[in-house]
Design a protein around this ligand. Structure first.
Ligand code: GLY
Ligand code: MN
Ligand code: MN
Length: 440
């Protein structure tokens, strides 16, 4: 668990990066309506969560370095016995200062009265513009309100600055406690993938496999998946964001599962591709071995001193060489790579940052060059080859069509190299087949 002290330290780190005489405004997430009076399960905004650990809706954090009556100000829903009987207990501003370690707290409903006073006299406002357009409008209205009083001596802020440059740079480097939560998310996710492999049988639906995954997530303390589970059998594996999960598993097909849990706000993101029957066919094996070699070549590049794109370059080379050897791609390896002649079958990149968000924040380039990998960064390694059965692949031998394979791991960069957080999910063919042979 991440305690109040670490959240406070993060706020202090952010304030130390802000320019003198500035203020930062960080809104929490809004409830999202599913239909009529039913809301989607609430998920706190990731930036707001990172700085507070506070998980209620209707919340806003203001950081005002140097403010005499407290630099860290939280707005949160006021106590209300009637509302709490319906929607659950609220922390309330009185308890917020003690429980969260902020300096000052006010009822969310009083924001219009109090916020202009916090902005007044500050030269610069840091905000993540565009995330919550309605909130941006309110903020502009507060600033306009101060401007109207300029003749009477009010000092309106003169600049809006993007907060994410500082905040997302902090989020990119995971602390020991964050890494521990990510290890836990990875362990639960590993157990879920193993469970799905063991439960898999021809005649089941993809959704029934999804049920095995979410069962394992929730029984292990994760409240939900970090993103909708992708369970794609046969040709469905070639649809990158396939989430229908309605098809029936056929004996001779592969099934691709891309699923990870969110544990205490931290994500895992894992893909495995295995045969419904428990045994890979020769053709499936040929494609799978290429993707596995690409995954391993990319992981070998995960260490301090290599740049973010080095794993992708390594994976791509292995896949293009393999696809040329199988005559699925035609031409020179170097030319195919340079001219992106692989894009029909290898359409996506190999990595993204991972953390509180599954596609986590942080710049990938600095001054237009790929940034270096450093200890504490967590990224995915997820090469894939997809040969859909459609008009783009009519020229290929039938045996390859309708095969999609992705193998995705989560990797922490360490001082000495890296740690594969998801190593407990089998990926070698003999390991997967042995696990599936063990099915009851
Ligand atoms: N699950 C989304 C991704 O792999 O990026
Ligand atoms: Mn994934
Ligand atoms: Mn991913």
């Amino acid at each position: 668990m991440i305690g109040a002290a670490e959240f406070k330290k993060r706020r202090a780190q952010l304030m130390a990066m802000m320019s003198p005489g500035s203020v930062a405004v960080i809104p929490g997430a809004k409830l999202s309506r599913r239909n009529r009076d039913i809301q989607y399960l609430f998920r706190q905004d990731s930036d707001f969560y990172y700085l507070t650990g506070f998980v209620e809706p209707e919340a806003l954090l203001v950081l005002a370095p140097g403010r005499e009556h407290g630099e860290e100000i939280l707005f949160c829903a006021d106590r209300d016995p009637h509302a709490e009987r319906w929607d659950g207990e609220r922390l309330g501003p009185e308890r917020a200062t003690q429980m969260l370690g902020v300096d000052d707290a006010f009822p969310y409903a009083d924001m219009d009265d109090i916020l202009p006073g916090l902005l007044e006299g500050r030269e610069r406002i840091y905000i993540t513009l565009g995330e919550y357009p309605e909130f941006d409008q309110r903020l502009i209205a507060w600033v306009a309100d101060i401007r109207k009083r300029e003749a009477g001596g009010a000092q309106p802020p003169g600049e809006f600055m993007e907060l994410k440059h500082f905040l997302h740079e902090l989020r990119l480097y995971k602390s020991t406690k964050e890494v521990n939560l990510m290890r836990k998310a990875a362990d639960i996710t590993a157990a879920a993938h193993v469970r799905a492999m063991q439960a898999c049988e021809p005649g089941m639906t993809e959704a029934q496999l999804e049920a095995e995954l979410t069962y394992e997530f929730m029984r292990s303390g994760a409240r939900s998946p970090a993103y909708p589970c992708i369970v794609g059998s046969g040709n469905n594996a070639c649809v990158m964001h396939y989430v229908e999960n309605t098809a029936t598993l056929k004996k001779n097909d592969l099934v691709l599962i891309d699923a990870g849990c969110e544990y205490q706000h931290y994500a895992a993101d894992v893909t495995r591709t295995f045969p419904v029957s428990g045994r890979y066919s020769a053709t499936q094996r040929a494609i799978y071995e290429i993707v596995l070699a690409a995954n391993e070549a990319a992981i070998a590049e995960c260490r301090p001193g290599r740049h973010f794109n080095a794993p992708h370059e390594a994976a791509l080379r292995v896949m293009v060489e393999g696809l040329v050897a199988l005559k699925i791609l035609k031409g020179e390896v170097a030319t195919l790579i340079e001219e992106e002649g692989y894009r029909d079958v290898c359409p996506h990149k190999t990595s993204h940052w991972l953390g509180i968000d599954v596609h986590d924040v942080g710049d990938y380039r600095i001054d237009s060059t790929w940034r270096q990998l450093e200890p504490g960064m967590v990224l995915t390694i997820e090469p894939g080859i997809y040969i859909p059965r459609n008009e783009t692949t009519e020229h290929l031998p039938s045996k390859y069509r309708g095969i999609g394979v992705r193998i995705e791991d989560d990797v922490l960069i360490t001082r000495g190299g890296c740690e594969v957080l998801t190593a407990a999910v089998p990926k070698r063919i003999d390991e997967v087949e042995a696990l599936m042979a063990d099915r009851a």
